[in-house]
Design a protein around this ligand. Structure first.
Ligand SMILES: Cc1cc2nc3c(=O)[nH]c(=O)nc-3n(C[C@H](O)[C@H](O)[C@H](O)COP(=O)(O)O)c2cc1C
Length: 316
């Protein structure tokens, strides 16, 4: 079993544009129990273009590894799953039922499944029927315009999901509405498969509180890990009562930033320099003097060596 729910799971949320292989491998070293690919449309999986294949790659330390797919056309989902079946190292297929983006919703993917539960049920069953992976999970919100969380959770359970992740907002709540932890707790009470709670968990204290309050089997952290991949270690230390090591030292931060940068270059080539800018913006927010000047500067750098020198100087 690659995923053990006998103790709380601390998972890194999929964040398109951020949680690529380099970032996931950095986070994994700080103790994340589960990492998930960025969302991949089932359509793009059946065409197998180079970019999609690259998005499937995982770091050797990523076990268990989940690949998140989106879609609702049963034939395309089936073919996407058959393609994933041929890829080694994937332990979980996750169905995205949360993405609020109009482009995704309008093509009947992501959160649009929450207003068409028969199609959601069918899609889960199709994955279950064809997948050869150990687990099937669903990442969902509480509803589309209004909450419908219990019915949604039961659809997941009844159609073969092994566990679910609940982002405690509706689609209408996008990424800003207050997270409804009561609703997550109600979901946990209503079904017997494991439930992972998600939404606005950004500190060890909050993680502990969410676990206790919702009685969820784990927490999933997204934005709280950007620029702070060590959050998984600080949460685990805090929950285990070893709170001395909650703040990373400047030396550790420097090491992490440099390692993350090197992984970006290894994965994307020199173009990784440009892609790393957004991460540098976030790393520099951990209380550094001159951070806004640094951000301006890195926005103009494209060269690997130059960027490395700037990073070494700033995080000294
Ligand atoms: C930039 C960004 C990209 C995201 N991409 C995905 C995605 O690809 N798949 C997905 O299920 N959720 C995605 N989400 C939602 C997150 O996984 C998570 O559910 C949400 O941000 C709430 O958790 P958090 O407050 O810990 O970030 C994305 C969120 C953000 C902000």
């Amino acid at each position: 079993m690659t995923l053990d729910f006998s103790k709380p799971i601390f998972a890194l949320a999929p964040l398109a544009g951020f949680t690529d292989l380099p970032f996931r491998s950095v986070v994994k070293k700080f103790g994340a129990d589960l990492t998930v690919s960025e969302m991949i449309s089932s359509n793009s999986l059946i065409f197998q273009n180079k970019k999609t294949i690259k998005m499937l790659e995982k770091s050797p330390i990523e076990t268990p590894y989940s690949v998140q797919i989106a879609g609702s056309n049963q034939d395309i989902i089936k073919r996407a799953v058959e393609f994933l079946n041929m890829q080694d190292g994937i332990d979980i297929i996750d169905l995205n039922c949360g993405c609020p983006a109009p482009k995704v919703v309008n093509s009947l993917q992501g959160s649009s499944l929450l207003r068409d539960l028969p199609t959601m049920a069918k899609t889960i069953r199709t994955i279950k029927n064809y997948s050869n992976k150990e687990f099937l999970s669903v990442k969902t919100r509480l509803g589309f315009n209004t909450k419908n969380h219990i019915e949604i959770a039961k659809v997941c359970e009844d159609n073969g999901a092994d566990f679910i992740v609940v982002h405690g907002r509706t689609r209408a709540g996008k990424y800003k509405a207050e997270v409804d932890y009561d609703a997550i707790r109600e979901v946990k009470e209503a079904i017997s498969i494991p439930v992972i709670a998600n939404g606005d968990i950004t500190t060890p204290q909050k993680a502990k509180w969410v676990l206790e309050y919702t009685k969820a089997d784990g927490v999933m952290i997204g934005r709280g890990a950007i620029g702070k991949p060590w959050i998984f270690q600080t949460i685990k230390d805090y929950i285990n009562g070893d709170s001395d090591s909650t703040s990373p030292t400047p030396e550790l931060i420097r090491k992490v930033v440099l390692e993350h940068f090197e992984q970006m270059i290894a994965h994307y080539g020199e173009y990784g320099t440009i892609l790393f800018r957004k991460h540098l913006h976030r790393y520099s927010k951990v209380g550094y003097i001159g951070a806004s000047k640094f951000r301006d500067l890195v926005n103009r750098v494209e060269n690997y060596r130059e960027m490395r020198d700037i990073i070494e100087e700033f995080f000294k």
